[in-house]
Design a protein around this ligand. Sequence first.
Ligand SMILES: NC(=O)c1ccc[n+]([C@@H]2O[C@H](COP(=O)([O-])OP(=O)(O)OC[C@H]3O[C@@H](n4cnc5c(N)ncnc54)[C@H](OP(=O)(O)O)[C@@H]3O)[C@@H](O)[C@H]2O)c1
Length: 204
Amino acid sequence: MQIAIIGSGNVGGALAQQWIKAGHTVLIGAKMPLSEKNIQLATKIGEDRFTSIPRAVSQCEVLLIATPPAVIFDVIDQLGDVSGKVIIDATNSVRQKPEPYDTVYHALADKTNAEVVKCFNTTGFENLLNPVYHDEKLDMFMAGDSKTAKKVASELALDVGFGTCYDFGKTDKVQLLEQFALSWINLAIMQGQGRDIAFRVVRR
Ligand SMILES: NC(=O)c1ccc[n+]([C@@H]2O[C@H](COP(=O)([O-])OP(=O)(O)OC[C@H]3O[C@@H](n4cnc5c(N)ncnc54)[C@H](OP(=O)(O)O)[C@@H]3O)[C@@H](O)[C@H]2O)c1
């Protein structure tokens, strides 16, 4: 797939590396001049992958948004025509909502004609870089109304190395997925268990 990543910090940078390894074409839509974090990422994935947001979007069929939620309106203004494209929202608005919307997913679904899905938000970026614990693959989770976007997100989750990408449900489950992310943040950070911790679905 041709994937544009907007927001290439901890989360976007991890997914960029994983998707490149899996054979996808990845472009980073970044602010210029490149930030320190992006200069560091460029040493790993190559500077030629970095371009402006509108150029990255125009060349790709799938977009990942992994910016702070507060800048989503600035980002949307730069996307150009995204009708028919898939947008994966990996952000969490649990601490700061992109008012008047509850989440970035809701802003994207309302303000663009894209196929939107929430995915890759429920675990720490370290688990995106390495989703395998003791030979067991972690699970990923997604929510949203678009079947097309869910199919793409699910495929890309498996390409990162997750075992299964569980469908939480439609738009009404997007905030549940953000609360699920908060559950990870609670255990890993607030309760001090450390970031090398993750969720996996087990069945009897
Ligand atoms: N950290 C985690 O483990 C984790 C896990 C799951 C979900 N999340 C969520 O994912 C999102 C990103 O988190 P992160 O930790 O990856 O953040 P981060 O490391 O701070 O990266 C943020 C990225 O957004 C870019 N950005 C900021 N303002 C922008 C704008 N106006 N236009 C375009 N790009 C802009 C930054 O570019 P510059 O470098 O050029 O400023 C940077 O590439 C957040 O919503 C967070 O809640 C985080």
